[in-house]
Design a protein around this ligand. Structure first.
Ligand SMILES: Cc1cc2nc3c(=O)[nH]c(=O)nc-3n(C[C@H](O)[C@H](O)[C@H](O)COP(=O)(O)OP(=O)(O)OC[C@H]3O[C@@H](n4cnc5c(N)ncnc54)[C@H](O)[C@@H]3O)c2cc1C
Length: 362
């Protein structure tokens, strides 16, 4: 394993933005990972106590124009083990290749709605990836991690991971953990989840139940219309999380915007108090006032009219107002400035606070 110096990170991200990593290591085994960690923790005087950042496919990060002043470890730990309906995958496996394998080669149900999400298996538990009514937490059995503090390997159960809406323990308490492998419990005879509007429309008029492969193909086709082609335009996908608020607050919103859509959020989800002045991580639980999810894309499109709006090299995608894109040459500074403008507009017009889904690094 080679530790490189001053490596440009932009090409390692789907946004195609970001300066240099002071040090950069690609690891494909636990032994290589331990070697890289030792370099950052007790290398020479010059490199001791370096901060570490773990990079997967770089599809949910905005890396600073100044880069990362530490060691970036790109996780390339591969391998897939099949134990009947349990499939264990290495963190460095490409997520969509893994989904294709479970659906097309193994005929297993559970991940088909999560088709075509960029990135790696190891990042899936971090923000509990979700799409079309399904979240990674529905099938994750356990997550194996390397704890950077104890330098030991540990196994966390699904409950230990404290999954929430685009959230898990790996975003705060366990931020010092590097995910090595993830075990998924899938099923041979499970039922396809077709409740989500786009999938219902896709299969409208079908009397029989679509096969798993058909559901996967449908998800890929629907997504192709919503996200730009990553080989041509840079993006990190949906830039903001959806708005999750108590139903009473939604009723207030309806008075001003009678057509505002909402869906009942999972009652176990955290409720972001939009009237709260606290930070993104500060949440409140209102079990007697069920949470609803208001699509942020609707607010950005219909209330703030950001769909297709461009600021320099950056813009909100013309097919999906939630997707920020880099038309080429965009900087992290431009993205942050535009994001602030959007957050301000939403607050002014609706009183609601929106939070980035994309992680700012460096
Ligand atoms: C076009 C597009 C569409 C998208 N659609 C969706 C969607 O439908 N649903 C959805 O949920 N997301 C979506 N995303 C976001 C993104 O694809 C997911 O969050 C994905 O899981 C990120 O994977 P990654 O490997 O690229 O992670 P990275 O961007 O490299 O990292 C993201 C975070 O995970 C951490 N991380 C990565 N690997 C590890 C590891 N092995 N151990 C510990 N921490 C790790 C990083 O440190 C960082 O904090 C989309 C992104 C794009 C560009």
């Amino acid at each position: 394993m080679k530790i490189q110096e001053n490596v440009l990170l932009a090409p390692y991200t789907t946004f195609k933005i970001g300066g240099n990593a002071r040090f950069f290591a690609q690891v494909s085994s636990v032994a290589e990972l331990e070697e890289a960690v030792a370099f950052a923790k007790e290398g020479s005087d010059e490199t001791r106590h370096l901060p570490i950042f773990v990079l997967g496919g770089g599809s949910n990060v905005l890396i600073s124009d100044n880069g990362f002043d530490g060691l970036v470890i790109k996780n390339e730990i591969m391998g897939i083990v099949e134990e009947g309906e349990r499939i264990i995958a290495g963190a460095g496996e490409n997520w969509d290749n893994f989904v294709r394998y479970t659906v097309e080669e193994k005929g297993l149900n559970g991940l088909e709605n999560l088709s075509a999400i960029p990135g790696t298996v190891g990042a899936a538990p971090v923000q509990n990836i979700g799409a079309y009514g399904v979240e990674a937490k529905n099938t994750i059995e356990w997550v194996e991690v390397y704890n950077l503090t104890t330098r030991k390997i540990e196994k966390l159960s699904n409950a230990d991971c404290r999954f929430g809406y685009r959230d898990s323990i790996f975003k705060d308490e366990r931020k010092n953990n590097i995910i090595l492998r993830v075990s998924f419990l899938l099923s041979k005879n499970g039922k396809a989840m077709l409740e989500y509007k786009d999938l219902k429309m896709f299969f409208a008029g079908r009397a029989d139940v679509p096969s798993l492969c058909e559901v996967r193909d449908a998800v890929i086709k629907v997504r192709a219309g919503k996200f730009p082609d990553l080989s041509k335009i840079g993006t990190a996908g949906s830039f903001f999380k959806n708005i999750v608020i108590p139903r009473t607050e939604y009723q207030t919103l309806l008075r001003k915007f009678p057509t505002a859509p909402a869906f009942l959020a999972d009652p176990s989800r955290k409720v972001q108090g939009s009237t709260s002045t606290s930070s993104q991580n500060s949440v409140q639980e209102k079990s007697n006032d069920p949470a609803v999810k208001v699509p942020t894309a609707w607010v950005l499109d219909k209330v703030c009219n950001f769909k297709g709006v461009r600021r320099g090299n950056i813009g909100m995608f013309e097919n999906q107002a939630l997707v920020m894109v880099n038309y080429g040459g965009g900087t992290a500074r431009e993205v942050r400035t535009f994001a602030e403008e959007i957050i301000f507009c939403v607050k002014q017009k609706t009183g609601l606070t929106i939070y980035p889904e994309v992680e700012f690094v460096g």
